[in-house]
Every structure is written in C-alpha cells, then in structure tokens.
Design a protein around this ligand. Structure first.
Ligand SMILES: *C/C=C(C)/C=C/C=C(C)/C=C/C1=C(C)CCCC1(C)C
Length: 229
C-alpha cells in the first residue's frame, strides 16, 4: 500500500525508520574511532537502533494498512531494546571504574518487570490499573538505582568527567524521555482519551529521543574519553 501524504502518523513511522537505519550504520562505523573499552557500548547502541528499525518496518505496515496501533510489535521491540538500553549504564561505568555485576542484574530485571506488567495490562490479561501500578513501581525502582543507589555510587566514584556527564544526561532521558510511555498508557487505558494516531505520533517521537539520542550521548562520551587517553 502507498503512503498517504496526509497521514502524518504514517510519515512519522517512515522518518523514524530511516533515522534508525542511519543511526545503526553510524554506531557500527564509529566503533573503530573509539578506544576498545567503549566498543561494546557502541555495538549495543547499534543493536538497539537496528532491532527497532526492523520492528518499525512492520509497525508502519500495520498502521498504513489498518489505521490501528501496532501494540504487539511495539512490545516485542521494547522487550528487546529496553533491557539493552538500561544495561548501557552498567557498561559505561564499567569502562572507567569498578562496578559490581549486581547493578547489571538489578537494572535488567527492573526493566523486564516494568515491561511484562505493561504488556499484561495492555493485552487485557490483567487489570489495566494494577498492571500500571506494578509497572510504575519497577520504573521508579530503576530511577532510584540510577539516582541514589548502586549506579549513582559507582558514577560518583569514577574519575571520568565525560562518563559522569553522559550518565547524568542518560538518567534524565530515562526520567523524562521514558515518562512519555506511561503517560500514553495512562491516557490510552485509564484516562480514556488519546486517539491512536496521536498516541503513535508521540511514541514515535519518544523512540527517536530514547533510542537514537541516547546512543549519540554515549558516542559523545566515548569520543571525549578516547581522545583524553
Ligand atoms: C525504545 C523504547 C523504550 C525506551 C521504551 C520504554 C518504555 C517504558 C519506559 C514503558 C513504561 C511503562 C510504565 C512505566 C507503566 C505503564 C506501562 C508501560 C510499559 C508503558
């Protein structure tokens, strides 16, 4: 099916797909411009945008053909990319300081709990409200670990200004950039309001920030740190 030029939501799926593909190429190509300890972080960023690109092709198809939300594809995408994004905190800290592997498990499990309850709520396998509360609790737990828990302690103990500033910006993305999704869930399922087109437009913009910009911040820290050694 052709893309209707008046279909803003469809066009946003196309634009974000193209940006995700370009970002994937960028992160993999830039691996050779940073020191070796940063390469895994860039690989992960490239995997996140690559996985999302693949899902966007299908999500755009669902939207263009049916005009409905591609919820299942979105959740499969989140299930793969969100744990990878959150593990980036562990990796950038590990590049410059000693950090216990328990931080890795806490962030990883926290993100899984957040998404599983979100899906149970959206798919109708669980009440929308209890699922929302449990998912919110997991997200708040992640923020706590990053802001004041083990992640914050490791960040403060590291002597790398580039990692500290990247960590800070990434944490704000997890707080403000990620807040778009629970707001969407809230208005979509509990507040009884937002139409599917608006919701998808907002989700697509949020994905651009939370997947591409997030990787670009890590790339910036990696370039700075690599140049100073
Ligand atoms: C690339 C995709 C990203 C970063 C997706 C992030 C998704 C979330 C932070 C979703 C969070 C939710 C809650 C905190 C409560 C309601 C249910 C969710 C799953 C929408």
């Amino acid at each position: 099916m052709d893309l209707n030029p008046n279909d803003l939501v469809g066009v946003s799926f196309w634009l974000v797909s193209a940006a995700l593909l370009a970002a994937t190429a960028f992160f993999f190509l830039e691996r050779s411009n940073v020191s070796s300890k940063w390469r895994t972080s860039l690989t992960l960023s490239g995997l996140v945008t690559g996985i999302a690109f693949w899902h966007y092709l299908y999500m755009r198809g669902v939207w263009v053909e049916t005009g409905t939300s591609p919820t299942v594809f979105r959740y499969i995408d989140w299930l793969l990319t969100v744990p990878l994004l959150i593990v980036e905190f562990y990796l950038i800290l590990k590049a410059v300081t000693n950090v216990s592997s328990s931080l890795f498990y806490k962030l990883f499990l926290g993100s899984l709990v957040m998404l599983v309850f979100g899906y149970l709520g959206e798919s109708g396998n669980m009440g929308a409200m209890p699922a929302f509360i449990l998912s919110m609790a997991a997200w708040i737990y992640i923020i706590y670990e990053l802001w004041a828990g083990e992640g914050a302690k490791a960040k403060n103990a590291s002597n790398s200004a580039s990692v500290q500033s990247a960590y800070q910006t990434m944490m704000y993305i997890v707080i403000f950039g990620w807040a778009v999704y629970p707001l969407g869930y809230f208005f979509g399922y509990l507040g009884g309001g937002a139409d599917e087109g608006t919701l998808n437009l907002i989700y697509n913009l949020a994905d651009f920030i939370n997947k591409i910009l997030f990787g670009v911040i890590i790339w910036g820290a990696a370039m700075k740190d690599s140049a100073s050694h």
